[in-house]
Design a protein around this ligand. Structure first.
Ligand SMILES: Cc1cc2nc3c(=O)[nH]c(=O)nc-3n(C[C@H](O)[C@H](O)[C@H](O)COP(=O)(O)OP(=O)(O)OC[C@H]3O[C@@H](n4cnc5c(N)ncnc54)[C@H](O)[C@@H]3O)c2cc1C
Ligand code: FES
Ligand code: FES
Length: 469
């Protein structure tokens, strides 16, 4: 039985754990405030909050319920828009949407209200930029976004005087209803034994699988791995970072130490989907989806990461991520094997990391071409270089020859221009909906140059490269 708290009600359901949470709340529970728009995680009409209790602390995150399996709610608190309602008055988020005329047809409004309520409940610092991030997964086709942005601003203002994430304050100040205060104890009382039969398709966050095969997963065995503890966690020890493959993109975003080691991490991760999707999207799912433009895959290839793979008998093997991919969507994983973790040597004071991405829209879009670089320099000489690039090959591509070419060379414009010639020979872009092959070659070059302008602004300017274009 999948067991969880839905708003203020305990649910124990024998429903197939592979159906979507959206279908469960709308069709089984008749909570129709949660809307169906795209069913692909793109519009946010189906936004709900997931509350998780860890060491006596509740953490709420917004997700798109259309691509989340019901079974991932086991042991959690799920909040739909109905669950945010107060008796006889509007909550702060609802009132902000109303007061700023941020709703017209109203179809998107529950999603925005839930996401803004999630922002009030979250640990993220209270500022306008974070409030806008919190609704980055919500689309409105009617109002234009100015009114919605004003509503977000109003929520931020109301939160200014409070200790964030304090249930007591949020209840007293009409952000959330009173029943929230008993949720931690009620979750403790729920019996959350592992439900899984170890068979069927591995599903972590579900953000890739449910876009492609939601109906199939609702009828067949699913092996839900998102809550497996041995696949979780981020540790930094002996100059190495190890990330359990169930860590989500948001887990990286929230990891203080990792953010101090990779100071632009959040700036890079902001380019990955929306906050709602980042809250579900696991690193393992990104690697095994094997998309030639998977952002996290490109990111970790340039960090020259290793992956540890485990099988049903808990036998482990470790390989370099750059040797994992064999051909389009073909990779070195046998039946029953799981990626357990990914690990890489931390950049040091002589080494520099950068990630670049070009897509048709700045946010919530997959890349046309993306690229990452990790390069070590001493006395203006390149000691080590790892470059990856997506969207220009059948696989997420580690540029072996270009990386090797750079080693031992001086950090000069000539070196970079020569390396670009090598890069152009290593890539094989095709024309598709993301752009023509020539355009992708151009993007590959521009992103390669952009790495050096970003990392060494005193050495290289745009003009240097324009002259040689
Ligand atoms: C709206 C939207 C926007 C998106 N934007 C981006 C984007 O900007 N950039 C980007 O890179 N991706 C994007 N994605 C794709 C997706 O979110 C990521 O690839 C995500 O990391 C997948 O993780 P998951 O946990 O959801 O994977 P799942 O869907 O759960 O799994 C994907 C595959 O991996 C397998 N799998 C999962 N974990 C393991 C494991 N540990 N070992 C072995 N196999 C495993 C599953 O069996 C499945 O085949 C987007 C998706 C959506 C819906
Ligand atoms: S219905 Fe569009 S994100 Fe779920
Ligand atoms: S008010 Fe109509 S979609 Fe937003």
């Amino acid at each position: 039985m999948t067991t969880f708290i839905l708003n203020n009600k305990i649910i124990k359901t024998p429903e197939h754990s592979g159906i979507t949470l959206l279908d469960f709340v709308r069709y089984q529970q008749r909570l129709t405030g949660t809307k169906i728009g795209c069913r692909e995680g793109d519009c946010g009409a189906c936004t709900v909050l997931v509350g998780t209790l860890t060491n006596d602390t509740m953490k709420y995150q917004s997700i798109t319920s259309c691509i989340s399996p019901l079974g991932n709610s086991h042991g959690k608190h799920i909040v739909t828009v109905e669950g945010t309602n107060l008796k006889n008055k509007l909550t702060i988020a609802q009132e902000a949407m109303k007061a700023n005329y941020a709703t017209q047809c109203g179809f998107c409004t529950p999603g925005f209200v839930v996401a803004l309520t999630g922002f009030a409940l979250s640990n993220s610092e209270n500022n306008y930029s974070n409030a806008i991030d919190a609704i980055s997964g919500n689309i409105c086709r009617c109002t234009g976004y100015k009114a919605i942005e004003k509503a977000a601003h109003q929520v931020v203002k109301k939160l200014e005087s409070q200790e964030k994430n304090s249930f007591k304050w949020l209840i007293e100040n009409e952000f959330i209803p009173e029943y929230f205060k008993n949720i931690p104890q009620r979750l403790k009382d729920i019996d959350v034994k592992d439900l899984n039969q170890p068979k069927g398709k591995y599903v972590s966050g579900g953000t890739d699988l449910y876009v492609q095969q939601a109906d199939h997963l609702a009828d067949n065995d699913v092996y839900l791995i998102a809550e497996k503890h041995y696949l979780k966690g981020i540790t930094i020890e002996n100059k190495t970072c190890t990330i359990g493959t169930n860590a989500t993109v948001s887990d990286l975003w929230n990891h203080t130490e990792l953010n101090s080691i990779l100071p632009n991490l959040r700036q890079h991760l902001k380019l990955v989907s929306s906050e709602h999707i980042r809250n579900m999207a696991s690193i393992g799912g990104n690697l095994v989806n094997a998309s030639p433009i998977g952002d996290m895959t490109i990111f970790f290839l340039a960090l020259n990461s290793n992956i540890t793979i485990t099988n049903e008998d808990q036998k482990e093997r470790t390989i370099l991520l750059k040797n994992f991919y064999q051909d389009y969507k073909k990779f070195d994983l046998k039946t029953g094997e799981l990626i357990k973790n990914i690990h890489f040597k931390l950049p040091n004071k002589c080494s520099f990391f950068n990630f670049e991405k070009v897509c048709k829209r700045t946010h919530l879009d997959i890349a046309s071409v993306n690229s990452a670089i990790h390069i070590s320099i001493e006395k203006e000489t390149i000691l080590e270089a790892h470059i990856s690039i997506g969207g220009v090959s059948a696989i997420p591509k580690y540029l072996h020859k270009t990386s090797d070419f750079l080693i031992g060379k001086p950090l000069t414009l000539e070196t970079i221009l020569e390396a670009n010639k090598m890069l152009q020979k290593e890539i094989t872009p095709i024309s598709d909906v993301r752009g023509k092959s020539d355009y992708k070659r151009l993007l590959a070059r521009q992103l390669f140059f952009a790495h050096f302008m970003e990392l060494f602004p005193n050495n290289f300017t745009l003009n240097d490269f324009v002259k040689h274009a």
